[in-house]
Design a protein around this ligand. Structure first.
Ligand SMILES: NC(=O)C1=CN([C@@H]2O[C@H](COP(=O)(O)OP(=O)(O)OC[C@H]3O[C@@H](n4cnc5c(N)ncnc54)[C@H](OP(=O)(O)O)[C@@H]3O)[C@@H](O)[C@H]2O)[C@@H](O)CC1
Ligand SMILES: Nc1ncnc2c1ncn2[C@@H]1O[C@H](COP(=O)(O)OP(=O)(O)O)[C@@H](O)[C@H]1O
Ligand SMILES: [K+]
Length: 503
């Protein structure tokens, strides 16, 4: 699914109004109507709703929603600033609200005296995607007051104070929602940790904006959604043999970190690799042969890897638990000098590369690197925030002609063509040592099976997150282990096969 900027979303609204038999006011009514449906499903009529509406169209959504909820029998109170000019659509909906005697409307100055009760739900319709300057002091105070109240909080379209495409300022006033009910598409700031933290759970409602605009409007930002995955996933042909699904070699482990090699190898085996090798130090021999009997062991040293050979037919995934011993460093750099085939690189292999910027040039074109934010910083330098980090990643992916998998809550896959794919599977149960090792194994297996680097990276992060979600459901986010995630990979493939009409 494409992600558009705030400017593009405004163009999309305008295009839809111009080319479809629909007015701006009708769009607002549809938007408010979809919020009502969600509220009815989630809150019983004993709840009372307290609206905070701005003077733009986001406020207009709020007024329309307040009226529709009142008509459904909910208790509704509205706060708004009648001294400031409303947008045309906001004014119409404000007047419609005002005409209903059962809806009390107060000025913002009265928010302090209002008696909120236990059943209150706060609706934030102060600012939407039209915020174009920092929130003024009085409104910032209101937002801070509301944030301190211990009631459920719902934002309309975007938490007020967030900028849809950019980093927020230091100490910016932002409404902290439990739920964000957004229209037509995700906004970029929902994915980034500094701003995403304000959104709570996100619901996206289709309000019927033009499909023609969506098809033709150009963007470089995408969400990895189910339809993209179904297009990417290649079911296995029954007329096949182990050679059909490639050879993968995991290079991992050192004394005390053989577990990393086990997890990467198991994840690789579970993700469909035809023939799997693991190059590890001898101290891991028995552990690996016992835990991953399907994988063939290749010795790379005694307690850490000091040598391993390039093998033309194999796809290499290198890094988990390697350590950064000078012998290992020499082995990794020698390998990279001798290979031209795309490789998957993570963890200590990235740390070794980051010691000298010249090493980056050894990465074969179309390789996939999977840094977490700290590893990214070691490789490419410090950035002030995740938006800036992403900009730098785009630049580096293009410069080096590699794919960067920037790991995060919403991991980003950055292509050499300057595209960004945001992942929306995965959960905080994966914030545990070992999750990254599993990801390396998954991506290596997909690349070995003939998926392109782009597809292996995109499908890999989605699969990893989805398996993490399945494991979280089974064991809880607290208790789930990266090993449980690996065990769930099979259920993700079953889920895909079920949805695939050709199967
Ligand atoms: N038909 C449609 O288009 C649909 C639109 N929809 C809804 O409209 C929302 C976008 O509405 P919007 O563009 O009117 O702006 P909004 O987000 O309400 O912003 C506030 C307005 O206030 C102003 N302002 C800006 N910054 C400010 C500040 N710091 N402090 C004070 N004032 C500030 C600024 O005006 P200015 O003062 O610059 O003239 C701006 O116009 C969108 O998020 C969705 O909810 C849906 O109904 C679907 C159909
Ligand atoms: N809160 C979270 N939400 C979603 N995914 C997460 C979260 N925390 C971690 N992950 C995922 O888990 C993996 C962690 O990788 P990494 O930091 O390299 O761990 P390690 O090297 O310890 O195995 C990444 O793929 C990351 O996206
Ligand atoms: K809002």
């Amino acid at each position: 699914m494409k992600i558009f900027s705030a400017q593009q979303i405004k163009k999309w609204d305008a295009f839809s109004i111009l080319n479809n038999p629909i007015s701006s006011l009708q769009l607002m009514e549809i938007a408010a109507g979809s919020c009502v449906e969600w509220i009815i499903k989630n809150y019983d009529p004993a709840h009372s709703f307290c609206f905070f509406c701005g003077n733009g169209n986001n406020g207009g959504d709020g007024f329309a929603l307040a009226r529709l909820l009142y008509e459904k029998g909910f208790d509704v109170t509205v706060f708004a600033d009648q001294n400031k000019k409303f947008s045309a659509e906001a004014l119409v909906n404000f007047e419609r609200c005002k005409a209903i005697s059962g809806i009390d409307i107060f000025g913002f100055e009265h928010f302090n005296d209002f008696s909120f009760n236990e059943s209150t739900v706060i609706i934030d319709a102060l600012f939407g995607i039209g915020l174009n300057r920092p929130v003024e002091e009085a409104t910032a105070k209101l937002i801070s007051f509301l944030n301190d109240l211990n009631f459920p909080k719902v934002s309309i379209d975007i938490p007020s104070g967030l900028i849809p495409d950019e980093m927020i300022g230091v100490n910016a006033a932002v409404f902290k929602a439990d739920h964000t009910l957004t229209f037509q598409s995700w906004k970029k700031s929902f994915f980034h940790p500094e701003s995403g933290i304000f959104c709570g759970k996100i619901q996206v409602f289709d309000i019927g904006l033009s499909k023609e605009f969506y098809t033709h409007e150009i963007t470089n930002d995408y969400i990895i959604d189910d339809s993209l995955i179904h297009e990417t996933y290649k079911p296995r042909s029954e007329f096949s043999h182990k050679g059909t699904f490639g050879k993968a070699t995991i290079v991992a482990g050192s004394f005390g970190k053989i577990g990393a090699a086990v997890m990467a190898t198991k994840a690789c085996l579970r993700s469909g690799s035809g023939i799997t090798f693991v190059t590890a130090p001898n101290c891991g021999y028995e552990i690996l042969q016992n835990s991953c009997p399907e994988a063939m062991f290749i010795s790379g040293g005694q307690n850490y890897i000091v040598d391993f050979d390039f093998e033309e037919n194999s796809t290499f995934g290198i890094g988990p638990g390697l350590g950064t011993h000078p012998g290992t460093e020499t082995a990794i750099l020698k390998f990279l000098k001798n290979t031209i085939k795309p490789v998957v690189i993570d963890a200590d292999a990235l740390n070794i590369i980051s010691e000298n910027s010249e090493h980056l040039k050894l990465l074969p074109k179309k390789s996939i690197i999977t840094p977490h934010p700290k590893e990214f910083e070691r490789l490419f330098g410090q950035t002030q925030n995740s938006f800036e980090r992403l900009r730098l990643a785009r630049q580096k992916a293009e410069e080096l002609q590699i794919f960067i998998v920037l790991k995060d809550h919403h991991t980003q896959v950055i292509t050499p063509q300057n595209q960004v794919y945001y992942n929306i599977t995965g959960n905080s149960g994966m914030a545990k040592g070992g999750s990254g090792d599993a990801l390396l194994g998954i991506i290596t297996a997909l690349l070995a099976q003939g998926y392109s680097s782009q597809h292996a990276a995109i499908f890999g992060v989605w699969l990893h997150g989805k398996a993490g979600d399945f494991a979280g459901e089974k064991f809880s986010k607290e208790a789930m282990l990266p090993s449980d995630l690996i065990e769930e990979i099979g259920n993700v493939f079953k889920f895909l096969a079920k949805k695939n009409p050709s199967d």
